[in-house]
Design a binder for this molecule. Structure first.
Ligand code: GDP
Ligand code: MG
Length: 151
């Protein structure tokens, strides 16, 4: 089953949005398979955002993501990578659609609350960057037949 990496950034934690955000993925019908509350090291932040290392906002982004605790999560489900990004909304919260996490809770691109993997392959890379295998729990929720016609 497909997996994605999501992280509630320091602004989402400081603003008390952890429960609200988790609720959206839980209610949708995705399965939580890993979660930890942690301070991010500069080393981890820099490798996570390695694709952006030449961008002008990179230093600020690394400072921001290491500035306070984050909630790192792995969620599983059919098409979860793309669906989780839809639930997150556009990168700039000001133009993100209402109903999305960024659209509902943010105003500034440098404070956009949550990260989500942008493709299946990126998801696999990010899950293994942030989590060891023994931190992930494979399990089958009892409600699967009520979420999927074919299980
Ligand atoms: P995402 O996949 O929607 O999170 O967006 P990107 O992968 O393009 O950028 C990664 C993160 O860098 C974003 O979530 C923002 O936190 C930050 N970021 C992207 N573009 C900008 C920008 O123009 N200014 C600032 N300050 N931060 C940015
Ligand atoms: Mg991205």
């Amino acid at each position: 089953m497909e997996r994605t990496f999501l992280a509630i950034k320091p602004d989402g934690v400081q603003r008390g949005l952890v429960g609200e955000i988790i609720k959206r993925y839980e209610s949708k019908g995705f399965t939580l398979v890993g979660m930890k509350f942690m301070k991010v090291s500069r080393e981890l932040a820099e490798s996570h955002y390695d694709v952006h290392k030449e961008r002008p906002f990179f230093a600020g982004l690394v400072d921001f993501i290491t500035s306070g605790p984050v909630v790192a999560m792995v969620w599983e489900g059919e098409g979860v990578v793309a669906a989780a990004r839809k639930i997150i909304g556009a990168t700039n919260p000001l133009t993100a659609e209402p109903g999305t996490i960024r659209g509902d809770f943010g105003v500034d691109i440098g404070r956009n609350i949550i990260h989500g993997s942008d493709a299946v392959e990126t998801g696999q890379k990010e899950v293994s960057l942030w989590f060891s295998n023994d931190e992930l729990v494979s399990w089958q929720p009892q409600n699967m037949p009520w979420l999927y016609e074919k299980t």
